[in-house]
Write a protein that binds this ligand. Structure first.
Ligand SMILES: [Zn+2]
Length: 199
C-alpha cells in the first residue's frame, strides 16, 4: 500500500509517489529528496542531511567511525547515492540496531588501521553477525576479484594468485581473457625492454 501525500515522518512530508517504493519528500527546511518508503516507515530517516548534521554534536561528526557509518547508510538507503545500485538497489540493508550511531560504534570499535568493513555474506546485510574488519585486499577478493582460477589442481581467487606469484591482478585477468590456461596464467612477466633512442 502506498503512503498518502502529506503524511509526515519526523521532519519529512511526503509529496508524491515516484514508483518502486520511492517517494519524493520535503524536509521542514525545504530540501526535497526521493526516499524509500520502507525507511520512512521504520524511522530510518527523519530529516534531510543538512538538518541532521546540524542536530549532531561535533563529537559525533568528528568520530573516526562516522564517515564509515554515514557511507554505509547512504549507499544502502539513498537512491541517489552513486553506488546505490550495488547496495540498496540489490537489497543490501543496514540492520535496525545500526541506525543508531552509538550502537554501531559499540559493536565495531576499534577500527584496526587501514581496515574496511566487510560483509561475510556479500548478499547479506550490514549487521553485527555479518560484518568484520578486513584489509582492502580481502574486501576486493569478495567482489570483482573473486573469480576462481584453478592451476594444477589448486583453486584460488585472482587476488590470491596475484599475492602468491607477485604478478599484478590485472595481468592475470588479461591472460585469462586472452585464453591462457594452467601455468601460462601465472608465468612471470617478460621484462619490458625500452626501445633505444637513436638520437
Ligand atoms: Zn532539512
Amino acid at each position: 500500500m502506498t503512503i498518502e501525500p502529506d503524511t509526515k515522518f519526523g521532519d519529512w512530508t511526503v509529496l508524491q509517489y515516484l514508483g518502486a517504493d520511492v517517494y519524493l519528500c520535503r524536509c521542514k527546511c525545504g530540501t526535497e529528496k526521493p526516499l524509500l518508503g520502507g525507511n520512512l516507515k521504520r524511522g530510518h530517516t527523519t530529516k534531510c542531511r543538512k538538518c541532521s548534521q546540524a542536530a549532531k554534536p561535533d563529537a559525533v561528526r568528528r568520530h573516526p567511525l562516522y564517515p564509515i557509518w554515514n557511507g554505509m547508510i547512504t549507499r544502502c538507503e539513498n537512491p541517489q547515492a552513486h553506488d546505490y545500485a550495488n547496495y540498496g538497489g540489490r537489497g543490501i540493508c543496514v540492520c535496525d540496531r545500526w541506525h543508531t550511531f552509538a550502537n554501531f560504534v559499540a559493536d565495531v570499535s576499534p577500527r584496526p588501521p587501514d581496515m574496511q568493513l566487510e560483509r561475510a555474506d556479500n548478499d547479506g546485510p550490514y549487521s553485527p553477525s555479518n560484518v568484520h574488519w578486513a584489509t582492502g585486499r580481502e574486501n576486493s577478493n569478495n567482489r570483482r576479484n573473486n573469480r576462481l582460477v584453478t592451476i594444477d589442481g589448486v583453486t584460488k581467487t585472482v587476488s590470491q594468485w596475484a599475492e602468491t606469484t607477485g604478478l599484478p591482478a590485472p595481468a592475470i585477468f588479461a591472460r585469462i581473457y586472452d585464453g591462457y590456461t594452467g601455468q601460462d596464467i601465472i608465468k612471470p612477466l617478460r621484462h619490458y625492454r625500452p626501445r633505444q633512442h637513436l638520437c
